[in-house]
Every structure is written in structure tokens, then in C-alpha cells.
Write a protein that binds this ligand. Sequence first.
Ligand SMILES: Cc1cc2nc3c(=O)[nH]c(=O)nc-3n(C[C@H](O)[C@H](O)[C@H](O)COP(=O)(O)O)c2cc1C
Length: 193
Amino acid sequence: MSAFTSMKQRRSYSRVGGSAPDHDEILRLVEAAGTVADHGSLRPWRFIEIRGGARARLGSALAEGSGASSDLERAGFISKAERAPLLIAIVAAHKQSEKVTTWEQDAVAAGVTHALSLLLDEAGWGVIWRTGPFTRTGPVRRVHELQANEELLGWLYVGERPVGERPVGERPVGERGARRTLIDAADHVTVLS
Ligand SMILES: Cc1cc2nc3c(=O)[nH]c(=O)nc-3n(C[C@H](O)[C@H](O)[C@H](O)COP(=O)(O)O)c2cc1C
């Protein structure tokens, strides 16, 4: 499939089933995703695979970060973290540079993540990129063992693609969530005269 066709067909899956790509498949896809443009070739990103019981530890950290105090609230965060068999934490790992600013490095980390998301989609997995208001709280930083130069950009939730939801590529676009397959490119491109 061409990159053009893969892009046109991709969509996010908010609900996924129990199987997930293994570590070797993730490495194979990350190797390809890592070819994105990268000013200064700093590679200012890394991913962390979160599977099994580690997802509950993430849920607990999110609960702690939110200030939730009851067991019920904590269970809610844990069940959200367990919505997919594999979460891939996206880490922007900022490097010291005189010429490449932090925002440029974030753009690289986001670019690799979009590429990985596309490759997972093309390989037949269901994927959605999620964040949340507690992504950058202390407990969530600690559970990922982030270094001082690192920031989370959220997680790719990855799992088995469900069948029969909405057509491949269809997404809400425009007012009142009207469903169309593609955006109207003319709304997003101007020409400087
Ligand atoms: C940085 C980032 C954070 C996101 N966070 C969330 C989120 O927390 N919850 C959510 O439902 N969608 C989130 N999204 C949007 C979904 O990943 C997805 O793009 C959206 O549901 C539209 O579906 P589509 O990708 O098929 O067009 C996020 C996307 C990005 C790029």
C-alpha cells in the first residue's frame, strides 16, 4: 500500500480488543517511523511499552495525579488505562542544542508518533493517541521514570481492531460532527500572494 493510500484509509479506534503487537513488531515499526525529518538528528524521543500489570500502575499514578481519594475513583483510572492491551508512552527527550529549540524537538517526537500510529494502522492494529489533564503530573512522571529533560506527549493505545464500527477512514469533520471520510483540504491551504 502506498503512503498516500495508508494515510487516506487510517482512522483511530477508541475501543480495541485483547491482542497486541509484540516487542519485536514494535521495534520493526519504530525503526521505520524513526526516519522522519529530525533537525540536527538529535532523536529527541523515546517510547515506553506498557503492558499487563504496568497499566494498573499507570492508572494508579493518574489517580494520584488527579487528587482522587476514593477506591472507586482509583478503579476508574485503572480501568481506563486497561482499555487496550498495549499502551505506548510517548516521551519527548529534549537534547541540549544551540540551534534546535524545544518546540522543534517536540515536532520531531510528534512526527515519529504519527508515523508509528500510521504504520500500526496499516499493519491492521487499532490505535488511538490519548492524553489527559493529568499526563504531566508528578506521579505520572515517576511511574514512567522520566529524566529531567523529558516530557510525556501522551500514549498510543494499541490493540486488536474491532470489526463493524464505522468505515475505514471515516471521521467527524466540520460542524456538529458531520461524518465525512476526509477533510476538505481547501479549508486548510492558502497561497501567499
Ligand atoms: C496529542 C494528541 C492527544 C489526543 N488526546 C486524545 C484524548 O485524550 N482523547 C481522545 O478521545 N482523543 C484524543 N486525541 C485524538 C484522537 O487520537 C483521534 O485523532 C480522534 O479521536 C479522531 O479520530 P481520527 O484520528 O480517526 O480522525 C488526541 C490526539 C493527539 C494528536
